[in-house]
Ligand binder design. Structure first.
Ligand code: SF4
Ligand code: SF4
Ligand code: SF4
Length: 453
């Protein structure tokens, strides 16, 4: 399988099953519309007839032998070596856990997938340190021999329950030696309650932090509002700057959401960069299409053009030595994800789970509140092995739409939670997200091509 596209003056050809990326000239690019295996040693006359009005014969013949050469080297139209492994995908030990330390929040962001903190459960609650400790025990138990473990403090807003965060971190650290584990903590915060003492603790204990801000003040304050409806930008920005300075601008990212209201979201990325942040993620909102801020199919041309614009700016900035990272354009073409990750993606419900304040276990944070997807509880240390197996086998080959999608090894089958929520089945990808994902992959690869020159 191949995928070819033109962007920013480059003709790019991806060979999906080998992972090879080729930047080619026009004649090679057009030739690929006319040929496919099995190849004859000489270029067929029908192909020459088709292309000779546009290209000279020698160039067509040269391009044909190059196609042949790459095919023989297994870098073009290569066979699918992965499908045969897809039936062997078995459940893995737990590796990462999202601790919902507070089902409560001091903001009322209008697009909040967590229903402004309470996950549509109708009650705001916080996790006790005791539940958090049981969750750590759970992770130790079900991670079996795995040494490196990840715990993300998540909400709602985790700083609303910071004493529990501290106690749980200290508890986990106290068990590391005995159980031969290494905990890596992260926290995702809206920043409202950040103060020096919290920053100091977080910087000492957390290997990564995610700071939520949408970009320009007017964009942020339209949807990321306080309980009284006022914007949050002015109060969080100085704290985020200070926090990132204190960390030496290392191991963090600022994370925003764009919606129908700011389809010029590259401006928000650039705004965040102008404030001194260089690790930036601004993601499309995923929501019910009927809400006013939702992105829908009709928005795609504008959003794609904005991704193109951002990609171009990033190339210019990188070339002039003022580059920054945009999370969704980061792609590793050299080593790529391992085979399992290529096939299975985020690991939710299998290597990853989320724990609610009551100690209930869900496949990931986005399944919380959907009672049918509860897969255990930390108090009785239960785990629904059947559900875990179901997620373990949810590979790109188990998803009809993904099997023949050129992006399958870059995207690994999309977000199971979005599929469940918007298509009613974890195996049915949400089309709008697919289109956005494919566009970002194309941009990321084009940027690599441009920077390799
Ligand atoms: S800060 Fe996060 S949890 Fe709180 S309302 Fe906003 S999006 Fe929801
Ligand atoms: S883009 Fe969509 S169809 Fe393609 S692999 Fe990803 S989830 Fe599957
Ligand atoms: S299912 Fe979606 S939201 Fe959940 S961990 Fe995977 S990618 Fe993230």
């Amino acid at each position: 399988m191949i995928h070819k596209y033109k962007q920013n003056g480059y003709n790019i050809v991806l060979d999906i099953h080998s992972g090879a990326v080729h930047v080619v000239d026009d004649v090679f690019y057009d030739l690929l519309d006319e040929v496919q295996p099995p190849f004859t040693a000489d270029c067929p006359q029908t192909v020459l007839d088709k292309l000779e009005s546009k290209y000279n014969k020698k160039d067509i013949l040269d391009a044909y032998s190059e196609v042949l050469n790459l095919f023989e080297k297994g870098q073009l139209f290569s066979v699918d070596d992965y499908e045969k492994f897809s039936n062997m995908m078995v459940a893995s030990p737990l590796k990462a856990m999202c601790l919902h330390i507070a089902h409560d929040c001091n903001l009322r962001c209008k697009y909040c997938f967590a229903s402004t903190g309470d996950y549509a459960e109708g009650k705001r609650s916080i996790m006790s340190a005791e539940t958090g400790k049981k969750a750590i025990d759970y992770l130790i138990k079900y991670s079996y021999g795995r040494h490196n473990l990840e715990v993300d403090f998540f909400g709602g807003e985790p700083l609303m329950n910071f004493d529990a965060v501290k106690e749980i971190v200290l508890y986990a650290r106290s068990l590391e030696k005995e159980h031969n584990k290494n905990f890596r903590f992260t926290i995702t915060t809206n920043g409202v309650l950040l103060d020096d003492a919290k920053m100091e603790f977080i910087n000492r204990e957390m290997s990564n932090i995610v700071l939520s801000i949408d970009g320009r003040k007017e964009v942020n304050d339209r949807l990321r509002v306080r309980v009284d409806g006022s914007g949050s930008y002015d109060s969080i920005l100085p704290k985020f700057k200070k926090m990132v300075d204190m960390r030496g601008h290392d191991q963090y990212y600022v994370r925003g959401t764009f919606t129908k209201y700011n389809k010029d979201f590259a401006e928000d990325v650039l705004h965040l960069n102008s404030l001194g942040f260089d690790q930036i993620s601004v993601e499309p909102v995923v929501s019910d299409p009927s809400v006013p801020y939702a992105l829908t199919e009709e928005d795609l041309p504008e959003v794609f053009a904005e991704y193109d614009r951002l990609a171009q700016i990033m190339i210019e900035r990188r070339k002039s030595g003022t580059g920054f990272n945009f999370f969704h354009f980061m792609i590793d073409l050299d080593q790529g994800p391992c085979a399992i990750k290529r096939l299975r993606g985020c690991g939710c419900g299998n290597e990853y789970c989320a724990i609610t304040p009551d100690g209930d276990v869900y496949p990931c944070h986005q399944f919380v509140g959907h009672e049918d997807w509860k897969m255990g509880n930390v108090y009785d240390q239960s785990l629904d092995a059947k559900m875990k197996d179901r997620f373990a086998s949810a590979t790109v080959y188990g998803k009809e739409d993904c099997k023949n999608c050129w992006a399958k090894f870059y995207c690994s089958g999309g977000c199971n939670a979005n599929s469940m929520q918007y298509c009613g089945d974890i195996l049915k990808p949400f089309k709008l997200s697919c289109e956005l994902e494919k566009k970002r992959i194309e941009c990321a690869i084009m940027i690599k091509a441009a920077l390799a020159e």
